[in-house]
Design a protein around this ligand. Structure first.
Ligand SMILES: [Zn+2]
Ligand SMILES: [Zn+2]
Length: 335
């Protein structure tokens, strides 16, 4: 019998699906790309043709202009060459998908980035049992355990209400994290206007156009110091310590990221209120998912590969690292 997944070739710039003549999340322009989600380290501009969910195509359109995209909604199956391809929710950000590839009776699932927790801004991860599971491992160490999101949001609200002469400035990435923090705040009953940095406006509008309610958002730029007292302001992480934030009323600097679990990272970024809110699976989610899918093999794309590989071996699952390049750019999908 042929080696499992022998019809998939792995190159540093991405995963090549030979019988479909298509690449998954390639880091270089290709004639046909299958894109898991809109983060810049996975979705790049300039491909000849793009197959992705309608939401991901909308996000790519916002960032790169028209991409000659073919939309594939969750649950649809599209035949490309000799491969049946479907996009299944990954629970990571709006439109994020696992890509399910079926060829000659073999099923391969590429997770893209994923998480298992509730997220009011996107569809929940759907487990698809498969022969080969190609997974991320951003938080692939047993030390990574993300706390309950509601508890982190409560800490933020508590801090806000403890001194209403100040504002709380939350650093959050423009695609996904910012909208999730806003939606989670609404869920916890925070109905006041939330002020946003200009760099977040278009993506928030795109989310709302896709049915994600974010409540009243106001531009932070131009708002007076007095108006911002006792308010939550959301900005991209890069704006936390720059000039822009100096006009805010004595801001408490917060940051929403899975990396805030590491105190040193929070300290380096001058973050006073680290919020451990992640859009990636933590160690338990990674290992529980592999248990649930029962793949014969696990291929690990990016992150902390070693520990997860070791865990697979000790559970009699064949595992390998793919050593792809170009994922996890610091300025984008940072956790
Ligand atoms: Zn990623
Ligand atoms: Zn991502």
């Amino acid at each position: 019998m042929a080696r499992l997944g022998s019809w998939i070739e792995v190159f540093p710039e991405g995963i090549y699906v030979r019988p479909a003549d298509a690449w998954v999340d390639p880091s270089q322009p290709k004639s046909r790309a299958l894109i898991t989600h809109g983060h810049g380290d996975h979705a790049r501009g300039g491909h000849g043709a793009v197959l992705a969910t309608p939401e991901t195509l909308a996000i790519m359109g916002l960032r790169y202009g028209d991409q000659n995209g073919q939309p594939s909604a969750y649950g649809e199956t599209v035949r490309v060459g000799e491969v049946d391809i479907s996009f299944v929710p990954a629970g990571h950000v709006l439109g994020s998908a696992q890509i399910v590839l079926e060829h000659k009776g073999e099923k391969i699932v590429v997770s893209g980035d994923y998480k298992r927790r509730e997220d009011p801004t996107c569809h929940k991860f759907v487990p698809v049992p498969c022969d080969v599971f190609i997974t991320e491992a951003t938080f692939g160490l047993p030390v990574f355990h993300h706390p309950d999101t509601g508890g982190e949001i409560d800490r933020l609200l508590h801090r806000l209400h403890s001194d209403e002469s100040r504002c709380v400035l939350v650093g959050a990435y423009a695609l996904g994290k910012a909208q999730r923090v806003i939606a989670e705040l609404r869920r916890r009953g925070h109905e006041e206007p939330i002020y946003i940095h200009g760099a977040l406006e278009k993506m928030c509008t795109l989310y709302e156009e896709h049915g994600v309610a974010l409540g009243e958002l106001r531009p932070a730029t131009g708002a007076s110091k007095d108006e911002l007292r006792g308010r939550i302001v959301i900005a991209p992480p890069g704006a936390l310590n720059d000039r822009w934030s100096r006009r805010l009323p004595d801001p408490v600097t917060a940051m929403a990221s899975g990396w805030m679990r590491i105190r040193q990272r929070a300290r380096q970024a001058n973050v006073e209120l680290p919020l451990v809110i992640s859009d990636h699976a933590d160690w338990d989610e990674l290992t529980c998912t592999i248990r649930e899918l029962e793949p014969n093999e696990v291929w690990i794309t990016h992150g902390r590969e070693e520990a997860l590989k070791h865990w697979c071996m000790t559970h009699q699952i064949k595992a390998c690292e793919l050593n792809l390049v170009g994922y996890e750019d610091e300025d984008e999908d940072d956790g």
